[in-house]
Ligand binder design. Structure first.
Ligand code: SRM
Ligand code: SF4
Length: 568
């Protein structure tokens, strides 16, 4: 299928030989002599939503003691559109206590993650997830991942409609192999007992991960332009007329490798609701057949499009689906991020968006968030919606149930958790240390402290209630979409970060490198004065990212490929 003449990457051989994602995973699980699985199987388990990791905090100590690394597994649960029921929430909560590290991680892509599951508990964990009618297949791997969708509490009717599209896309693009059921659910063949075929993916699946999101303007809470494929809902006369498609977004890059860069998606065309599945499938199969299978750093859709051109891509998609895409329709985004607090939906039900620092739901001395949400889930008659910014909406609360939920919120002090400075409410960090094997620096464990330092600058400048988007990652892969932060911090090495400035508040412009290798203790000293100057010199309504460009700190990035690495 691949059009490339270059030597295929190792992963391609692995996929081909895996018998539709089986490999030797079962044998590896049965091997009690180690907490690990084989290198080849670590690649294949990703397709099952499972990553082998080790506790990096104790890596050196264990090496010195000649002990095996402290292996455990991260498990990612797909939640299409981020919506789950209270019963499912309770099941996830219990699983985190029974088998994981007692925390629930709400990810930047509306999924749950569990950390610290040891090999002997993996099957039990996946089975518990299956009993809650959720799954982990295709949460990671070279396939379409969790389909994201704006949780949109204030427009419940539209939300229900676009959520349905997200769920249909998710179902349509889920791998059909029965390996998942055989391995994790002890051979329960709930899908089919026929021989495996992957009608969309084929034996070698996609060249790389693939991500789909749906946004409902004016909210760009899902960061539509950061993903391989974006669907922008177009409303006309109060009804869903269709979607503008964007293609070729992606955040990942590698320090000092100029062939890699974050890229915002381009507008491809307008698609009517009834044609969505057909066009999406044509996009996915085009990437399947033309994506670069020889170099995994050049394998995402963004590079296929930059190499071959958007017009070529559109032509290929049109000929595959037999449709001519219409011109994109008018739309306007106002902001990224979430709107906190209470909103009444058009259906008369209430929705509450809570701030969850870096998506980590846990109990600590200051806040018993995990217990509070468990108690709420026990009496809640609506749903929970995971947001694309690691936050949580307690959704569709009936008017009768609202007082009881408010009582619990007050009892556990969750009713004030969104009454915080705007910079904290717009902060987001990836997991990084100690679990992420790719982290070069701290992120989730450090950003809250940095924000506390910056809150001083913000408060002194009189900007406590102003929203400034700050995002941090422990490496350049971009898991918290840092290149779309008005302030972006990307780990270089322990205690050092590249500082990026100048992204658009509405998510339509990338930021740009301002200073390299800034030491942790110097970040607030560098950023603080820029915030103070912003407070003094900003124009009416001017956003921080726009100001940093006007004031000359950085130039605007227009075309990722040429501008991203260009000198300031
Ligand atoms: Fe990510 C790899 C965590 C969203 C780009 N990401 C990883 C791994 C699995 C590390 C690994 O490969 O060993 C991280 C696991 C850390 C841990 O201990 O949990 C990891 N990524 C995350 C999460 C949990 C961050 C978070 O704090 O919420 C997010 C899970 C999303 C989900 O539910 O599916 C997460 N990752 C993202 C995003 C943001 C998004 O999609 O909106 C991106 C940037 C967008 C993009 O894909 O371009 C992202 N992750 C990456 C990349 C770089 C991909 C690339 O094209 O270069 C990697 C590394 C890789 O794939 O080789 C990566
Ligand atoms: Fe790990 Fe890097 Fe992703 Fe952070 S950005 S979770 S450090 S891969």
């Amino acid at each position: 299928m691949s059009a490339t003449a270059n030597k295929l990457s190792k992963n391609e051989d692995l996929k081909e030989a895996s018998n539709f994602l089986r490999g030797t995973i079962l044998e590896g699980l049965a091997d009690n002599s180690t907490g690990a699985i084989s290198e080849a199987d670590t690649q294949l388990t990703k397709f099952h939503g499972i990553y082998m990791q080790d506790d990096r905090d104790v890596r050196a100590e264990r090496r010195n003691k000649k002990l095996e690394r402290a292996y455990s597994f991260m498990v990612r649960v797909r939640v299409p559109g981020g919506v789950c029921s209270p019963t499912q929430w309770l099941a996830m909560d219990k699983l985190s206590d029974d088998y994981a590290n007692h925390t629930l991680k709400l990810t930047t892509r509306q999924a749950f993650q569990f950390h610290g599951i040891i090999k002997s508990n993996l099957k039990r964990s996946i089975q518990a997830i299956n009993h809650a009618l959720l799954d982990t297949i295709a949460a990671c791997g070279d396939v379409n991942r969790n389909v994201m969708c704006n949780p949109n509490p204030e427009q419940s009717e539209v939300h229900a409609e676009v959520l349905k599209v997200a769920q249909q896309l998710s179902d349509h693009l889920t791998p059909k192999t029965s390996a998942y059921h055989e391995i994790w659910l002890d051979g329960e063949k709930t899908i089919s007992s026929e021989p495996d075929v992957e009608p969309i993916y084929g034996k070698t699946y996609l060249p790389r991960k693939f991500k789909i999101v749906i946004a409902v303007p004016p909210s760009n809470d899902v960061d539509i332009f950061a993903h391989d494929l974006g669907l922008i809902a177009i409303m006309e006369g109060g009804k869903l007329a269709g979607f503008n498609f964007t293609v070729g977004g992606g955040m990942g890059m590698t320090h000092n490798n100029k062939a890699t860069y974050p890229r915002l998606g381009d507008l491809l065309g307008f698609v009517k609701p009834e044609d969505v599945i057909k066009v999406v499938e044509a996009i996915v199969t085009t990437q399947r057949d033309f994506g670069d299978r020889s170099d995994r750093k050049h394998a995402r859709l963004k590079y296929t499009i930059d190499d071959r051109g958007l017009d070529w891509f559109r032509g290929e998609v049109e000929s595959r689906c037999g449709l001519k895409l219409e011109q994109p329709r008018e739309f306007k985004f106002e902001r990224t991020g979430d709107r906190y607090g209470w909103v009444e939906g058009t259906n008369g039900k209430f929705n509450l968006t809570l701030f969850v620092q870096n998506g980590r739901v846990r109990d600590d001395r200051e806040l018993q968030m995990k217990t509070a949400l468990r108690e709420i889930a026990k009496i809640h008659d609506g749903d929970f919606r995971l947001t694309a910014n690691q936050n949580l909406v307690i959704g569709a609360i009936s008017p009768e149930n609202k007082p009881a939920i408010e009582k619990l919120l007050a009892e556990y002090k969750l009713d004030t958790c969104f009454d915080r400075p705007g910079i904290r409410l717009n902060s987001m960090a990836c997991v990084a240390l100690p679990t992420c094997g790719l982290a070069l620096a701290e992120s989730e464990r450090y950003l809250p402290d940095l924000v506390t330092e910056l809150e001083n600058a913000v408060e002194q400048a009189g900007l406590a209630h102003d929203e400034i988007v700050i995002r941090m990652t422990g490496c350049p892969n971009g898991c918290a979409r840092p290149y779309l932060g008005e302030i972006g911090l990307v780990g270089r090495s322990p205690g050092k970060y590249n500082l990026y400035l100048g992204a658009g508040f509405d998510g339509s412009r990338l930021n740009k490198l301002y200073k390299e290798n800034v030491k942790q203790e110097e970040i607030a000293k560098v950023v603080g004065p820029i915030i103070e100057r912003y407070a003094r010199e900003r124009k009416d309504g001017e956003r921080f990212g726009d100001f940093t460009i006007r004031a000359g700190y950085v130039k605007p990035v227009k075309v990722a490929k040429t501008d991203w690495w260009a000198a300031n």
